[in-house]
Every structure is written in C-alpha cells, then in structure tokens.
Design a protein. Structure first.
Length: 269
C-alpha cells in the first residue's frame, strides 16, 4: 500500500487558472515515493519575475484506523486543489490537468504524477513566509473489473482525510540582498518514512533553541515525544518515534524552548 502523506504537501498551487492546463510536464526522475518535489520552493523577490514547477506523486489508496468501525480500507479517486488563499499578489498558478484535478489511475504499476507551475511577478511579501494549500481528495472503492472508483463517505472525524491544508515554505524577499537570517520563520510538517519506525519532522527555525516534537491524538493526549535537542536557526529535521501508533489522524506539535510554535495534522497509513 502506498503511503498517504503529505503529499501532497502535495498539491501546491494556486489561484486563477483552474481551467487552464499548465505547460509543465511531470518529471519522472523525482522517484516513485509519494510526496511533493521540491520540498521547499525557490525564493522570489518583489518586482522580479518568478517561475517554479512543483511535481507531485500521488497515492492510490490508504487505510485509516477508525474505531469502532475498525480499519477502513479506501482508494483515492481524485485529488483537487481547492484554493491557495495566501498566494502573493502578482502570482498565479496553472496545473497540467484541467481544473487542477487529478484522476487516480489504479492500474498495477502505475505511478500517478502531476505538476503545477507558479509564475508571475510578486508585488508583496507573504506575511508568514509560507503558502497554505487547500487540497480536497475523493475517497472510495476501486473495482478492477469495471475500472471505476466509486466515492464513499467517511464518518467524522475521519472525513478529515478528504480535506487537507498543507503549508510549504515560500519566501518573497524585499530585495535580492535580503538576509537569509531574517527570513526564517517557524514552519513545520511531519513526513511518513516508508519502512521505518520513525517519522521525519521538518521545520524552519527563526532562532536557535531546544526543540522537541510531540504526537497527540485528536483528544489532545500526548502519545509520543522526542527528547529536547539543540537546533540552530534554519532548515532542520529530527526523527520522531511512531512505532506502535496505529493508522489514523494525529495532531503534531513543534516546541522550541518548551513553548509550542507550530501545530499540524498528520495522517498515518
């Protein structure tokens, strides 16, 4: 079973051209692992032309632990970017499919790929130095004999699986001489690592400090937490032990010097 993550971190893109197909072509050299490539978008500068292609590798299916229903096995029928509400003024987006919607092919051996192009000339910075990408998936059950994916409805709170809000680092500098030390803000995501008892927490720090990451259930109970480790400012990552955690939806929190600075949702398959 392919892992669903963030992918979709995955679906970065964006605001006007929902009915226009981008000129980008999915890059097969990024590999078959589900996810968003590149992990961090290239910087932009106010008043300077900008163009960035984002490649996405989509999953075909997922499993979610949903008491008292047990483990729900579901297939992904489609993925669609609903909106990117904080795209900087002056930039637009286009996808390699109409309406920024990808229909998932469940044929054995097929790797589902897509791409998005962000382009234009930014006229202002982003307040939090990231993009918030709203992605909606349709889950259902695939029937091989008819080659169809029939949508289904998941009970709350597991319907959260179909609505994702992903944040990906994206900096718009005031000038080409902007200092990298001044632009880093706290940013955080948790990535599932296939075949590993640990997940990978990825984050950006504005200041150095003692960092820890905790994973909680939807009721706010802490299930696992890393020990404090000193991290300097910049892009960093730590391994988060998740062995024994069943498939499901979790809340993860980044703490710096004992204070929570970022919270995100993580879906374990």
């Amino acid at each position: 079973m392919k892992h669903f993550f963030l992918i979709l971190i995955a679906s970065v893109a964006i605001m006007f051209a929902n009915t226009v197909s981008a000129q980008c072509v999915p890059d097969t050299t990024v590999g078959d692992t589900v996810g968003l490539y590149p992990r961090f978008l290239a910087d932009g500068t106010v008043g300077q032309p900008y163009s960035q292609v984002i490649n996405i590798v989509f999953p075909q299916d997922t499993a979610v632990n949903a008491p008292p229903f047990g483990v729900l096995q579901a297939d992904f029928c489609t993925f669609k970017v609903d909106s990117v509400p904080n795209l900087p003024a002056g930039l637009t987006y286009a996808c390699n499919t109409p309406n920024c919607e990808w229909i998932i092919d469940h044929t054995a051996g097929v790797v589902n790929r897509g791409c998005i192009t962000i382009s234009g000339t930014p006229t202002a910075k982003i307040a939090d130095d990231s993009l918030s990408v709203h992605v909606r998936s349709v889950v259902g059950f695939y029937t091989a004999s008819t080659n169809t994916c029939t949508p289904t409805t998941l009970p709350p709170p597991y319907d959260l699986l179909t609505i994702q809000i992903f944040r990906t680092p994206f900096f718009i500098n005031d000038s080409v001489n902007s200092s990298i030390d001044q632009k880093f803000a706290s940013w955080f995501q948790l990535r599932t690592v296939a075949g590993n008892d640990n997940a990978e927490a990825i984050f950006l720090l504005q200041h150095a400090g003692l960092v820890s990451v905790e994973v909680m259930d939807l009721m706010g109970h802490t299930l696992t937490r890393t020990a404090n480790s000193y991290q300097s400012a910049g892009e960093r990552s730590v391994a988060v032990p998740v062995q024994g955690l069943p498939a499901g939806i979790y809340v993860t929190r980044l703490l710096v010097d004992g204070q929570p600075v970022a919270v995100t949702k993580w879906i374990r398959n």
